[in-house]
Design a binder for this molecule. Structure first.
Ligand code: ZN
Length: 319
């Protein structure tokens, strides 16, 4: 969890590569236009000089009117050349894969530190998924591979209703704050539907952290008790608390102790206060959830989560 230093450096190097490639494409495009229209190169060079002369004239306080007239005349000639020949007027515009952050990965803010761009968070999530070994799970678990033909009618109707709720969760993700608790026995499609949501939201530039409860709490324990790696521990917590969607899979399969209980409540509560969505899946029945954790966790979940009870036989071979 949390991008380690080497992954972070790798991601920054990736952005450097994107900038260099776009710079190369820009130069190539410009050279092509100039080769086809050599007068355009001449006008552009002369215009640059004319602008410089004007700037100097202003600094020196001399009359700029003749320089302005020269600049305007050049500008008109250039405009005519562009329109007469159908040249793309944006030929000198820089090329960016992500115009929002200009391929830096960060967006400057006037009132605080630079903010990670959506494209950066998405890559960060992808790298985290790759590192967590779950990328393969998402590839095989998404709406495009959803099959219901092996289900009996009742299970199918129930499953499709749950899938509809998941789709509406995705569709309203940016406007409505919602959480989901999937409960039900093994193989009823809980993890499948969680993965479908993760897959769709990642595709629409949201940061998603998808972890089994065991991995989540193991990571948090490591961050809490590991000595000396304060930055790594902060990165882990930051990812869990700041991602757009946190998916905790298989709650109840981890070793439960007071550390887990406290951490689970803090995650659920902090994310609730920040209106950041959580999806939890569990094999535990609701009363068992209360018994295993605490009343405050139980009431927070039942009070602010859509509870989807999944049912039917083990469907893992069908979906
Ligand atoms: Zn960006």
């Amino acid at each position: 969890m949390g991008l380690g230093n080497s992954s972070f450096d790798k991601l920054n190097a990736e952005y450097g590569e994107i900038r260099r490639e776009n710079e190369r494409l820009f130069d190539e495009r410009l050279e092509k236009v100039y080769t086809s229209f050599p007068e355009l190169r001449k006008y552009d060079e002369e215009l640059t000089m004319a602008e410089l002369d004007l700037a100097f004239a202003k600094v020196r306080g001399t009359d700029p009117s003749s320089l302005q007239a020269k600049r305007d005349e050049l500008s008109e000639k250039r405009k005519k050349l562009i329109s007469d020949n159908g040249i793309d007027p944006g030929y000198r515009e820089r090329i960016y894969t992500c115009p929002k952050c200009r391929d830096t990965g960060f967006i400057e803010r006037e009132d605080g530190p630079a903010e990670k761009c959506g494209c950066f968070k998405k890559r960060e999530s992808e790298i985290l998924l790759e590192e967590s070994g779950m990328a393969g799970i998402l590839e095989k678990n998404n709406f495009s591979v959803m099959r219901t033909d092996m289900m009996d009618e009742e299970t199918k109707a129930h499953f499709l209703k749950a899938a509809d709720i998941c789709r509406s969760f995705i569709a309203s993700f940016d406007t409505d704050y919602r959480n989901i608790l999937f409960c039900g026995t093994v193989g009823t499609g809980k993890s499948f539907l969680s993965a479908c949501i993760a897959s769709e939201l990642l595709a629409s530039y949201h940061s998603v952290v998808y972890m089994s409860a065991k991995t989540l709490f193991d990571n948090l324990a490591e961050a809490q008790f590991a000595k000396g790696d304060a930055a790594g521990a902060a990165a882990i917590r930051d990812r869990i608390y700041s991602c757009d969607l946190l998916i905790i899979d298989d709650l109840g399969t981890e070793m439960t102790n007071s550390f887990v209980g406290t951490e689970l409540f803090t995650i659920i509560n902090e994310r609730f206060n920040a209106r950041k969505s959580v999806i939890i899946s569990t094999n535990l029945e609701l009363p068992l959830l209360r018994d295993r954790y605490s009343d405050r966790i139980f009431s927070r979940i039942t009070g602010s989560y859509d509870v989807l009870k999944m049912c039917g036989p083990d469907l893992r071979s069908a979906i």
